[in-house]
Design a protein around this ligand. Structure first.
Ligand code: SAM
Length: 347
């Protein structure tokens, strides 16, 4: 297997059969060696700096019914909310004071969020904090809307592809949501000029060697600037309530393989990873991740953005505890960057 890893490190791509073979044997790989190689690659591009993003969960109203997601339309146990612009600006103000230079506005696909409102909110953030980047993660829209928001100043867009295998996509989503449309959105975002994030959950129901092979083939072809990759965690009021969560081991291995495929990629150690293991984020960084996204939402709304059960939103996950995160990162030899933290080619 080490020949396949060598080949991946040399060419930054494998063919389908090679990916299948590597992924099939991922649990018998020398994990210490794999994580060292991935962390060395991270250091080559980012040194010991970890990039932080202030995550503002701007609303949990969603017209979609993704089977895995706790804020899906049919979950009637969710107390729905939408932040107003002043509240979002207050979050940014606090975050700026703490050292955040990227704000991520993430939320459900809320029909009540008009394209103009989003554009004006982006403009307001960029006008007050011109040295900051704005990342949007609001779901699937038409080119017109993505262009409007880019012209308003949005820099990045996170839209996990969720799975690059059409039948698997259909298992995770209702029929009105298609992989083809998700992919169209990703290519459109890239074409407009955003730094684009794709990604998927590790251990989502139905994930297999075949689906993971498609994910890695897609990632090496699409060349996203960011990859969001964290464990699937069941949420009790969804159809997948009884499904097992993705594992720490699998998530770390796949993070390392993403780093080796896309050496410069912006790769978060996700909240979900921190949720399944108390040292999840540090372990993620040691396996090649270079970004963390502490929660900058108003504390009283955090519990309503329940994508999955027991989601971390306090302690060092909270943006106001950046000092705690700094300490934890210092313990693994890393520092927190106080700048926008762009993809290396876009600086
Ligand atoms: N609406 C936007 C979208 O569709 O991209 C952004 C919000 S969506 C809730 C953000 C991400 O949460 C999804 O891309 C998905 O991968 C992740 N997510 C949802 N439910 C999850 C679960 N049960 N476990 C882990 N991650 C989950």
């Amino acid at each position: 297997m080490s020949e396949l890893l060598d080949k991946l490190c040399q060419n930054r791509r494998l063919d389908r059969a090679e990916w299948r073979k590597l992924l099939a044997s991922r649990h018998i790989l020398d994990q210490t060696g794999l994580f060292h190689r991935a962390a060395a690659e991270r250091r080559r591009w980012y040194g010991e700096e970890i990039y932080v993003r202030g995550l503002i969960e701007c609303g949990n109203i969603c017209k979609n019914n993704c089977l895995y997601c706790g804020i899906r339309r049919d979950n009637h146990h969710v107390a729905r909310y939408r932040l107003d612009r002043d509240t979002i600006l207050d979050c940014c103000e606090k975050g700026y004071g703490w050292g955040f230079r990227t704000f991520v506005l993430q939320g459900g696909e809320d029909p009540g969020l008009t394209p103009d409102w989003v554009a004006e909110t982006v403009e307001a953030i960029k006008a007050r904090w011109p040295d900051c980047a704005v990342t949007l993660s609001l779901g699937e829209f038409d080119r017109e809307e993505y262009q409007l928001w880019f012209d308003a100043g949005a820099d990045r867009y996170l839209l996990r592809h969720e799975t690059a295998h059409p039948a698997h996509y259909a298992k995770l989503h209702p029929p009105e949501l298609t992989l083809a449309h998700r992919m169209d959105c990703l290519y459109t975002l890239k074409d407009i000029g955003y730094q684009v994030g794709a990604g998927f959950m590790v251990g989502s129901p139905g994930q297999s060697m075949d689906t993971l092979t498609e994910d890695f083939c897609f990632l090496q072809d699409f060349q996203p600037h960011m990859v969001g990759l964290g464990p699937f965690i069941p949420q009790k009021d969804t159809p997948f309530a009884k499904e097992p969560a993705g594992t720490l081991e699998d998530t770390l291995i796949l993070l390392a393989l993403v780093r080796l495929t896309l050496p410069k990629v912006l790769l978060p150690a996700t909240t979900a990873l921190g949720t399944i293991h108390p040292q999840g984020r540090e372990l993620g960084i040691l396996a090649g991740a270079n970004v963390v996204m502490p929660n900058l939402s108003p504390p009283d709304t955090r519990e309503k953005y329940t994508l999955y059960d027991n989601k971390l939103c306090t302690g060092d996950e909270a943006a106001e505890h950046l000092a705690g995160l700094r300490k934890r990162l210092a313990a693994i030899g890393c520092t927190v960057a106080v700048h926008r933290g762009d993809f290396p080619d876009k600086r």
